[in-house]
Design a protein around this ligand. Structure first.
Ligand code: P5A
Length: 452
């Protein structure tokens, strides 16, 4: 993309309404624009990040064997009356009527709808196990929408639902989700710690939230610091292997880690004092096992091997896709702006032309731009007729992990400069070497497997 033809409305001033750094930077970097309280338009740069996040979520869900679908945002109130949640959900649910006076709602979650779909088709245990998921907008009329996309009213969620014959199988689905979530967040360069939590309006009593530690987080958390040493890494996992998934769950949940709703001071006191931490965190996901509550109320039953009609065991599992854009910035920024991890960077590399209009410099930039694109990368070429200082400030603000700076003086010696946004370190090298270096850095991040 050429910046001269792009739509990147960066702001010079720090917006007064934004209280936390991710919200400020998303507005300043031209990623989002508020439409009304807690409702945002995603401008081109923000939309790119959102899609990178979505892509990772899709890949990891499908790696775990989960199948994508897409359900609507608007739902019928009748379905929610069947589960008893229409009244129970309270004022957080946005209720509306169509022209025939039929009661509808903008879905805050989809347990009822997906259960109704499965109930309509699945009649035998032979169709199980089954996990369906989608990435779709939700609406929750939060009392206090704030912090930009972190606590929105309209927000993008990945929500998945498992359908199993037995409790044991459903608990395996729970474990499988836990493992896939660990991989998902780590791929984005985030450490998200599973913590015992409260199930709220989703129900059930078996649930974990995934929290990214951050001072600006809305949740108060208590944990054994030993848990922060755990990483999932690139270990091979067989998602059908019950014992393997259970072992990962045990490894990641055996240390004390709880949100304030489930915090137990007496149990916490058993953690060695030097490792006891209380902090704040951003909830970027939550998994639930709730048994047969929805399948019984909506009517999702199958015949088991013995020919008995039994209700399905279910759980639901959510990732805050739009919230993650904010959480990633909370975890990756400095005074000059955002520092995207390579995996979610809106563009892989910025090209800064220090002397726009100089034939040699323009030609070198064009060549680098074309070569990077030919290598499957997405460069952002700042080809505007602007001062170098302004171009650097924009690149720093929008946080592309790598910058290639091209100027007449360097070109005279056959070199350009490659700069890391994270370390600020620069290295001079030939344009060919710069292209090879950037391509090598991104090799693990491009060329995705086919999706289901
Ligand atoms: C699990 C999937 C559920 O709704 N039903 C379907 C279950 N869980 S949840 O914890 O309530 O939400 C899942 C994740 O969505 C994000 N989230 C939000 N993001 C931005 N703004 C909001 N107002 C908001 N509410 C929830 C969180 O990341 C949460 O973990």
């Amino acid at each position: 993309m050429r910046l001269s033809r792009y739509f990147l409305p960066v702001l010079k001033e720090t917006p007064a309404e934004a209280q936390i750094v991710s919200h400020r930077l998303m507005l300043r970097a031209g990623m989002i624009r508020q439409a009304s309280a807690g409702i945002y338009s995603w401008l081109p740069l923000g939309y790119r990040v959102l899609r990178r996040i979505e892509r990772i979520v899709h890949e990891e869900q499908q790696r775990a064997g989960h199948i994508p679908v897409l359900m609507p945002t608007l739902q019928s109130a009748d379905l929610w009356r069947q589960s008893g949640r229409y009244d129970a959900y309270g004022p957080e649910m946005l209720r509306l009527k169509d022209r025939h006076d039929r009661e509808m709602l903008y879905g805050p979650t989809n347990e009822e709808m997906i259960t109704e779909i499965v109930a309509g088709y699945v009649t035998s245990y032979k169709a199980l196990p089954l996990t369906l998921y989608h990435i779709q907008w939700k609406f929750r009329d939060e009392v206090r929408p704030r912090f930009g996309v972190m606590r929105g009213r309209e927000f993008l969620m990945k929500d998945g639902y498992n359908f199993d014959l037995t409790k044991e199988d459903a608990l395996h689905a729970y474990n499988r989700h836990l493992v896939s979530y660990l991989r998902t967040y780590e791929r984005m360069g985030l450490q998200a710690i599973p913590m015992r939590a409260d199930s709220g309006p989703i129900g059930g009593d078996y649930t974990h939230e995934f929290l990214v530690l951050a001072e600006t987080g809305e949740s108060e958390v208590f944990y054994d610091s030993a848990i922060t040493d755990l990483t999932f890494g690139d270990r091979a996992i067989d998602y059908d292997d019950h014992a393997q998934c259970q072992a990962v769950l045990e490894e990641f949940t055996s240390r004390y880690a709880r949100t304030d709703e489930t915090h137990d001071a007496a149990v916490f006191a058993e953690v060695p004092e030097a490792r006891r931490r209380s902090a704040r965190g951003i909830e970027v996901g939550q998994i639930f096992y709730f048994g047969t509550a929805y399948s019984e109320s909506i009517g999702a039953y199958v015949q088991n091997e013995a020919g008995d009609r039994v209700p399905l065991h279910m759980g639901s599992h959510g990732i805050g896709v739009s919230r993650l854009a904010g959480a990633l910035i909370e975890a990756n920024h400095d005074d000059n702006g955002i520092i995207w991890p390579e995996a979610v960077a809106p563009f892989h590399v910025g090209i800064v032309n220090l002397r726009q209009g100089d034939a040699g410099t323009d030609a070198a930039c064009e060549e680098i731009y074309a070569a990077l694109r030919a290598a499957g990368l997405d460069p952002l070429y700042d080809d505007r007729d602007e001062r170098a200082g302004g171009k650097f400030a924009t690149m720093d603000l929008i946080g592309l992990p790598w910058r290639v700076t091209v100027g007449p003086r360097g070109l005279k010696n056959g070199v350009v400069e490659v700069t890391s946004r994270r370390t600020g370190e620069s290295e001079e090298m030939s344009p060919e070497a710069a292209i090879a270096r950037i391509a090598e850095i991104y090799a693990p991040h491009i060329g995705s497997p086919p999706l289901a």
